[in-house]
Design a protein around this ligand. Structure first.
Ligand code: G3H
Ligand code: 13P
Ligand code: ZN
Length: 332
């Protein structure tokens, strides 16, 4: 594939975005996407709320969407924003890159930012791999996110207490040796829609599951050791209860779905957390609306008639997150 720089596409890296987010005490939303309707919703939602954003692509999403098409989708999004006369800029970011070759391939095909997730490797190997990616990325003015600590998920055979929280005593050494631009940490968030097992939660008066609180003490200790350094929160969907309910009321079966409460994300956004990753909530919003349309209009078979409402719902959700949770609205 022909090599292309993100600058030719009209994208930006995350450096200035994070600096402004740190100073302004808000977080940049990183929305995952893999199809056109999700892209439209993200772009329109961020233009409407005047929010900078990160368009995030996992390796699975890159395969799904086709890597060549993806580059032109990003180019199209830039043109769409310019046509709207909007000042909004965005970064195209690889989510959970696991090899040097994948990161290099993304950098060579127009990504402005990459994550190298070496968190499952031993510490020294994580440093070696991350440093290798940083050297190539920085030579192309691409920013790099590294990770220390492992997020627990319902799939893991570990309970939240046993999940590998980031060790604050490692962060200075890791950041110094690798040269990363931002650091993803583990303080109790988790990927997916079933973030916690019911036995890890308490219940409120109405019997609704309340997840264990995030470990803000660990975050504060990390901030103390690397002041002003951009921190990233993965697994930060709230698993919006209204969408879970809508899915279950229209034939779905999402049992014990629970996410990170909005107040905790608001608090994180005001700290050194400069990037908050959201994938599951977008999936839930679209699925909830598609199920509703299918249940209410069983004769409908024009994809625009169910993907359109799903796209509108996702746009609404994005505007809400930008305005009410991350504080990124009106920061473009
Ligand atoms: O953290 C992972 C993201 O939610 C991407 O998920 O690999 O299913 O695209 P995916
Ligand atoms: P959620 O599953 O909580 O949306 O997290 C997404 C994520 O961290 C992508 O890297
Ligand atoms: Zn993640």
């Amino acid at each position: 594939m022909e090599k292309v720089s993100y600058k030719e596409i009209g994208l930006i890296n995350t450096r200035e975005m994070f600096q402004k987010a740190m100073e302004g005490k808000y977080a940049i939303p990183a929305y995952n996407f893999n199809n056109m309707e999700q892209l439209q919703a993200i772009v329109m939602g961020c233009v409407e709320s005047r929010s900078p954003f990160i368009l995030q692509v996992s390796s699975g999403a890159r395969k799904y969407a086709n890597q060549t098409l993806l580059r032109f989708l990003a180019m199209g999004a830039v043109a769409m924003i310019n046509d709207a006369g909007s000042p909004v800029r965005f970064a195209l970011h690889l989510d959970h890159g696991d090899t040097f070759d994948l990161c290099k391939s993304c950098i060579d095909s127009g990504f402005s930012s990459v994550m190298i997730d070496g968190s499952h490797h031993a510490y020294e190997e994580n440093i070696r791999l991350t440093k290798q990616v940083v050297e190539y990325a920085h030579a192309h003015e691409v920013t790099v996110e590294g990770e220390l600590g492992v997020l627990a998920g319902i799939e893991d055979e570990v309970s939240a207490e046993k999940s590998t929280y980031t060790k604050p005593e490692e962060v200075e050494d890791f950041v110094g040796k690798t040269g990363v631009d931002s650091l993803a940490i583990s303080i109790g968030t988790s990927h997916g829609a079933m973030k916690f097992k019911p036995e890890q939660c308490t219940r409120d008066d109405r019997g609704v599951l309340v997840p264990p609180p995030l470990r803000f003490d660990i975050l504060e200790e990390i901030e103390r050791r690397i002041p002003g350094f951009p921190i990233v929160l993965h697994g930060a969907s709230s698993v919006v209860p209204a969408y879970v309910q809508m899915i279950n009321e229209h034939g779905g079966k999402l049992k014990d779905a629970v996410g990170i409460p909005e107040e905790q994300l608001r608090r994180a956004a005001k700290s050194a957390v400069c990037k908050i990753n959201i994938d599951s909530d977008g999936r839930l919003a679209m699925t909830a609306m598609i199920r509703k349309v299918f249940a209410e209009k069983p004769a409908e078979f024009d994809p625009r008639k169910y993907l359109g409402p799903a796209r509108d719902e996702l746009m609404k959700m994005i505007m809400h997150k930008n305005k009410e949770v991350l504080g990124s609205a009106d920061r473009a």
